[in-house]
Design a protein around this ligand. Structure first.
Ligand SMILES: *[C@@H]1O[C@H](CO)[C@@H](O)[C@H](O)[C@H]1NC(C)=O
Ligand SMILES: *[C@@H]1O[C@H](CO)[C@@H](O)[C@H](O)[C@H]1NC(C)=O
Ligand SMILES: *[C@@H]1O[C@H](CO)[C@@H](O)[C@H](O)[C@H]1NC(C)=O
Ligand SMILES: *[C@@H]1O[C@H](CO)[C@@H](O)[C@H](O)[C@H]1NC(C)=O
Ligand SMILES: *[C@@H]1O[C@H](CO)[C@@H](O)[C@H](O)[C@H]1NC(C)=O
Ligand SMILES: *[C@@H]1O[C@H](CO)[C@@H](O)[C@H](O)[C@H]1NC(C)=O
Ligand SMILES: *[C@@H]1O[C@H](CO)[C@@H](O)[C@H](O)[C@H]1NC(C)=O
Length: 477
């Protein structure tokens, strides 16, 4: 929804431009000799709102294999006419002054929907002026694979976006590297399998690469470092193994890095400390261990660190307290020990801090009560002790988004305790009675495992929403 909206804003000026240029050329229709002339397309030149015949033929063959919404050939004999109401097609004048297909959009209405037997139309790569192609929710029943034909060498495609196509299977072919003009490659939420071909990293114009939510296996090759123009990299929710290549530090423009939910092992390479444009870093749910990259405190653009569920087993790095733009810091379920650094209270823009399910000891820093934007604070299931340093106004502001349960050593001073449920008993009582301040039973102790994973699922949703918003933000920039 928001995607098509942003695309609308992206293409709207283009459309305006297009309609003005076509109107202007209309005014000169009486002087056809003034325009470049092509002998095998005589008919087309009488009205330059038409596609060259061969291109129209290619387009109609594509439509016939893809969609049964219309008999496209008869409903839209001139799909580029300004008053053509074919949704999901855009045309642009080429250097030859003729109109050419520049964008195709398939999937959910109003765009042409894909019929059950639709398979991947390699013919798109022979449309010489095609810039952007979108297949959303298109290949759902008939298994098909990505096949890239040799004519794609001259393809001018800049944006290829295949999202939510459960029947799009098989490997990403190495011939993908033929699409040399690609800037945005989105192959997300399909069932692509096999390794990420090294050739994909030869697409040196790539700005966004999203291969998330597939079944990709193998490692991420060192050639990743070739993508010097990359701003967004999302390989999350696959089955990628081995370590994160050190060459990732060569992606100097990278703003978003998401490698969550894979099988990555080893340490986080120090070279990540060189990615000074990084805004969003997500490495959750892998097998990463060891320390944070040296120089992480230099990543002064970072707003999100999402690193739950890794066997880190270290103390919380003080340096994170220097990343003053941080809005979300999620380090749950990762074996952290030691105390919570007082320095984290310097993160004035922090809205979410998740440190639950670790082995943290000591007291909650008193200065946390002064975090002006904190909205979600989960410190549950640690070994924290002492008096909860929050006053009633803080406790009321966070409400149920504050979770301190599962820390047997914590207690709440009775003056702040009226009617709050943060999973902590009042100091000096042993909580066995039936009084109002009895700790909220922990969800882990009281609910079946299904409920816990349901909650984790919600967290994933919330964080993917964040990713989406961020993605839109960066896409519009
Ligand atoms: C029509 O063509 C003439 C020359 O062939 C050019 O000077 C003029 O700007 C054109 N007018 C429009 C509206 O494109
Ligand atoms: C894709 O599918 C076609 C037809 O089913 C097959 O011939 C081709 O080998 C497949 N390509 C890949 C890369 O699997
Ligand atoms: C932690 O904070 C203290 C005082 O605010 C500061 O002196 C120290 O340098 C900080 N340490 C790090 C590693 O940021
Ligand atoms: C905190 O967020 C506000 C509003 O989003 C922003 O204007 C400000 O620059 C941020 N502060 C830092 C230190 O990044
Ligand atoms: C609660 O604590 C915060 C931070 O320490 C402080 O700014 C605020 O004034 C306190 N509110 C009350 C009602 O004491
Ligand atoms: C805090 O984390 C625990 C453990 O993952 C979870 O069960 C609980 O729902 C979380 N609480 C909040 C308020 O997010
Ligand atoms: C605390 O627990 C002990 C043993 O369970 C009990 O004997 C005692 O009365 C309790 N004290 C309070 C204040 O509830």
């Amino acid at each position: 929804m928001s995607c098509s909206l942003s695309l609308f804003f992206f293409f709207f000026p283009l459309l305006l431009l297009l309609s003005t240029t076509t109107n202007l050329s209309h005014a000169n229709d009486t002087q056809p000799q003034a325009r470049p002339y092509s002998h095998d397309n005589d008919n087309d030149n009488i009205n330059n709102n038409m596609l060259p015949q061969s291109e129209a033929e290619t387009l109609f063959s594509i439509m016939e294999t893809m969609s049964s919404d219309q008999t496209w050939r008869t409903s839209y004999p001139h799909p580029c006419l300004p008053d053509s109401s074919w949704p999901g097609i855009e045309c642009k004048p080429g250097t030859d002054n003729l109109l050419h297909v520049s964008r195709l959009d398939f999937g959910n209405p109003p765009y042409p929907t894909c019929k059950n037997s639709a398979t991947f139309p390699s013919l798109i790569f022979s449309l010489p002026y095609l810039r952007s192609v979108f297949f959303f929710n298109c290949f759902t029943l008939t298994k098909t694979n990505l096949s890239i034909i040799s004519s794609s060498f001259s393809s001018s495609i800049q944006q290829l976006s295949f999202r939510s196509n459960p029947a799009l299977t098989g490997p990403i072919p190495p011939e993908i590297s033929n699409l040399k003009s690609l800037k945005i490659l989105t192959l997300s939420q399909n069932r692509l399998s096999g390794p990420i071909p090294e050739e994909i990293f030869y697409l040196s114009s790539l700005v966004h690469l999203d291969l998330s939510y597939n079944l990709l296996t193998g490692g991420v090759s060192d050639q990743l470092g070739y993508l010097k123009n990359l701003v967004g990299l999302d390989l999350s929710y696959n089955m990628l193994r081995n370590s994160i290549p050190n060459t990732i530090g060569q992606l100097g423009l990278l703003q978003k890095l998401d490698l969550s939910s894979n099988l990555l092992t080893g340490g986080i390479p120090d070279s990540i400390g060189k990615l000074s444009s990084l805004v969003f870093l997500a490495l959750s749910n892998n097998q990463l261990s060891g320390r944070f990259p040296q120089g992480i405190e230099n990543l002064q653009s970072l707003q999100y660190i999402i690193m739950d569920q890794n066997p880190m087993s270290i103390t919380l790095p003080l340096e994170l307290g220097k990343l003053v733009r941080l809005q979300e810091l999620r380090l749950a379920d990762s074996g952290y020990s030691g105390t919570i650094p007082e320095n984290f209270s310097q993160l004035k823009n922090l809205t979410t801090l998740s440190l639950q399910n670790n082995h943290l000891t000591g007291e909650i820093p008193e200065s946390f009560g002064g975090l002006p934007h904190i909205y979600h604070l989960n410190l549950s299931w640690n070994l924290l002790a002492g008096i909860v340093p929050f006053n009633a106004s803080f406790l009321n502001r966070l409400g149920r988004n504050l979770d301190l349960s599962g820390n047997p050593g914590l207690c709440l001073s009775s003056s702040e305790a009226y009617n709050v449920k943060i999973g902590v008993s009042v100091c000096g009582r042993n909580g066995s009675g039936s009084d109002l301040h009895q700790p909220l039973m922990s969800s882990r102790a009281s609910s079946p495992p299904g409920l816990v994973s349901h909650h984790q699922h919600q967290l994933v949703l919330v964080s993917s929403l964040g990713v989406l918003v961020l993605h839109q933000m960066m896409f519009l920039v």
